[in-house]
Design a protein around this ligand. Structure first.
Ligand SMILES: Nc1ncnc2c1ncn2[C@@H]1O[C@H](COP(=O)(O)OP(=O)(O)OP(=O)(O)O)[C@@H](O)[C@H]1O
Ligand SMILES: [Mg+2]
Length: 223
């Protein structure tokens, strides 16, 4: 069953008088439970595509269905609602809140979403941290963690709302090989437990973790 179905996605950025065509008609189909890597040269449109798939941005044209919702017709608040409910993001730069400890960072998406008591948020955060082998770091602030631990906390934060899909952009780009391997192991476990993952990487070894790789070049899916 298609969890994600994008057809003919284009994205044109307007810079003053100049149009930059970042995506020129991308088709992508991802089934529930798949682990897909996206590779391509710098500037080929990978991050642009991830932003559209993750409902952070809208396409210039094309259609996009995510988990049964026609997202291409949405903007503003309705689009943000789909994003909050269905998408978990992991970025190269972790993007953790420096003043909050690990548990508070992880629970934040539930606070934004609303409808969870403090106790529920803490309970969920703790369970997830234990599962990812980070239980002993619960009270640490991000600057008291290794790079690999920071990224695993970011993965926990992405998962806490039980999203339909995990979208990941260069997760190991800021990590050495040992920390990168820890993070990849975490994605492997997350995938094994049933999550759908779409992961952008420059690294063929990282892409080899996925079940299949989609190559993007010059705003298009390469044959
Ligand atoms: N906000 C923006 N405004 C204008 N042009 C943009 C914007 N974001 C991206 N672009 C342009 O769109 C094209 C695709 O950029 P994108 O960031 O998607 O590439 P990428 O494949 O993720 O590259 P990298 O591997 O370096 O991260 C590039 O030409 C880029 O300069
Ligand atoms: Mg990018």
């Amino acid at each position: 069953m298609a969890l994600l179905e994008a057809r003919g996605i284009t994205k044109v950025y307007r810079l003053g008088q100049v149009d930059v065509a970042a995506l020129r008609g991308v088709d992508l189909h991802v089934d529930a439970g798949e682990y897909v890597a996206i590779m391509g040269p710098s500037g080929s449109g990978k991050s642009t595509l991830m932003h559209i798939l993750g409902c952070l941005d809208t396409a210039t044209s094309g259609t996009y269905h995510l988990d049964g919702t026609d997202v291409s017709t949405l903007q503003g608040r309705p689009l943000a609602r789909v994003r909050n409910q269905k998408v978990g993001f992991v970025f190269q730069t972790f993007n953790l809140m420096p003043r909050l400890n690990v548990e508070e960072n992880i629970a934040l998406p539930l606070q934004y979403r609303g409808g969870f008591s403090r106790r529920e948020r803490r309970g969920r955060a703790r369970t997830l941290l234990e599962r990812l082998g980070l239980g002993h770091r619960i009270g640490h602030r991000p600057d008291q963690l290794s790079g690999g631990e920071r990224q695993r906390v970011a993965i926990a934060r992405a998962l806490i709302g039980e999203p339909a899909i995990l979208l990941v952009d260069e997760p190991t780009g800021n990590l050495d090989s040992t920390a990168g391997a820890e993070v990849l192991k975490t994605f492997r476990e997350v995938h094994r437990s049933g999550n759908t993952i779409v992961l952008v990487t420059h690294d063929a070894n990282v892409a080899a973790e996925a079940q299949r790789t989609v190559h993007i070049a010059d705003g298009r899916v390469a044959a």
